[in-house]
Design a protein around this ligand. Structure first.
Ligand SMILES: C[S@@+](CC[C@H](N)C(=O)[O-])C[C@H]1O[C@@H](n2cnc3c(N)ncnc32)[C@H](O)[C@@H]1O
Length: 419
């Protein structure tokens, strides 16, 4: 957008070089700003504006580099600006036009409906404020080959614009108090959270540890996926996070953390879930992988978010089906669900029709939550004379306000920020 605002054609290297020379800005910096959607420095903007005969304000408006100072000026002159712009429709007519397409479900059962198609077409047909939770795991724009043959190598601005379109629809579909989760690379989620912050209420940036991170030259090892968690309105209608067992040495059963000396405040149901999850396994084993090509997520991840943000009978929507993990877990947890996949859906349908193995796995997973120690560990600790739920040690007496124990952070500042 910057090059167009400067009257330049991105393919015309000579004209870019000429302007860069006149404005004393390196041409490669101009291209970098264009490709990354990053704002030039103030000095560069002033020189670019002067070299093209524009004012800095004109250049900012033309290139969409609108800062808070401009927003304040626009708001002070709202009537004049509206008069100039004319009455454009508030509703995105492109999205509404999609609502007229007729689409038949590819699969339907008592709880769920799966559509094959573009999620934007399906969402346009769903009523506002009709779902309790949205979980979205879109393609990451990493030039991957999907069975759907979607273009996974869009220009950055195009990818982000597309994300904002399905996010806008997701927000419309959410009921007040409903939750939205977006799974993506931290890089993309920095942009998406900036967008979401304008529409929803931020709850958490959950860092989900990647078990096998690959080294990258001149960068830190990327070691987490980002899971954004927002709610519509001031507070979530439903929030019940699982509690996890306390970390202990598997060999000698000893405590691995001291919880700031607050053991006497340990909750017998376990440790509070925090916003760094390092117990989510990647789905790599062929036996468990439902579709070879899909970036299938772990059942454990979906179980956790569905448990946290919904109740039985609530409706979960996932616009990017893949192998159908969200739908399988929603089904097993007796939530209603609506799904969409633009590519082949046979794998999802087959999965939905044979969930027994996954039901057993989910039962085993759920048995591991909401106990400070699992029964076998409680027994071994008792045998070894270590403290147990029936015998929690007294902590040091403290005058100051004590945190809800089991956060494991021990950092009072975080608790204060969060409260
Ligand atoms: C990262 S995968 C989702 C994996 C899924 N969470 C799972 O656990 O199996 C993203 C999926 O979105 C699908 N997709 C991409 N664009 C889409 C669109 N516009 N509408 C519906 N599905 C889309 C892709 O074909 C791909 O299967």
């Amino acid at each position: 957008m910057l090059l167009a605002a400067l009257g330049l054609d991105p393919k015309n290297t000579r004209s870019i070089n000429d302007l860069a020379k006149r404005a004393e800005v390196l041409p490669q910096r101009l291209r970098f700003y264009e490709e990354q959607g990053i704002e030039p420095t103030n000095e560069e903007l002033q020189r670019l504006a002067a070299a093209t005969g524009l004012t800095e304000l004109e250049l900012r408006l033309k290139s969409g580099l609108i800062n808070r100072a401009i927003i304040e000026r626009l708001s002070a002159h709202a009537q004049d600006v509206a008069g100039i712009l004319g009455n454009s429709p508030a509703i995105n007519s492109k999205v509404r036009a999609r609502a007229n397409k007729s689409l038949k479900p590819a699969f339907k059962n008592a709880l769920g409906t799966l559509f094959q198609g573009d999620c934007m077409d399906i969402m346009a047909r769903l009523p506002s404020e009709s779902v309790d939770m949205v979980f979205a795991d879109p393609p990451f724009n990493l030039d991957k080959l999907y069975p759907s043959e979607i273009d996974d190598n869009l220009r950055k601005s195009h990818y982000l614009q597309w994300c904002e379109e399905w996010l806008a629809e997701s927000i419309r579909l959410l009921k007040d108090g409903g939750s939205l989760f977006v799974w993506n690379l931290p890089k993309w989620n920095t942009y998406l959270s900036a967008y979401l912050n304008r529409h929803l209420n931020f709850r958490h940036w959950i860092a989900v540890d990647i078990k096998y991170s690959l080294p990258m030259q001149s960068k830190l090892y990327p070691s987490h996926y980002s899971l954004l968690y927002f709610v519509k309105g001031p507070r979530p209608t439903t929030f019940h996070a699982d509690r996890l067992p306390m970390e202990v040495c598997p060999a000698c059963c000893a405590d691995l953390k001291d919880y700031g000396g607050y053991k006497d405040k340990m909750n017998p149901l376990g440790v509070n879930l925090c916003d760094v999850w390092n117990d989510i396994p990647p789905v790599r084993h062929a036996k468990y992988k439902k579709r070879k090509e899909a970036n299938e997520l772990s059942i454990k991840l979906l179980d956790r978010v569905i448990e946290m943000s919904t109740n039985e009978g609530d409706c979960v929507f996932d616009p990017f089906g893949g192998s159908g993990t969200t739908y399988a877990v929603a089904e097993l947890k007796k939530r209603k669900w609506i799904g969409v996949e633009v590519g082949p859906v046979d794998g999802i349908i087959e999965r939905m029709e044979s969930l027994d193995e996954e039901a057993e796995y989910l039962d085993r997973l759920r048995a591991g939550y909401n106990h400070l120690f699992l029964p076998e560990m409680e027994r071994r600790r008792k045998e070894l004379g270590r403290w147990t739920v029936g015998n929690i040690p007294k902590g040091p007496s403290r005058k100051r306000k004590e945190p809800d124990i089991g956060t494991g952070t021990g950092d009072q500042r975080l608790l204060e920020i969060e409260s």
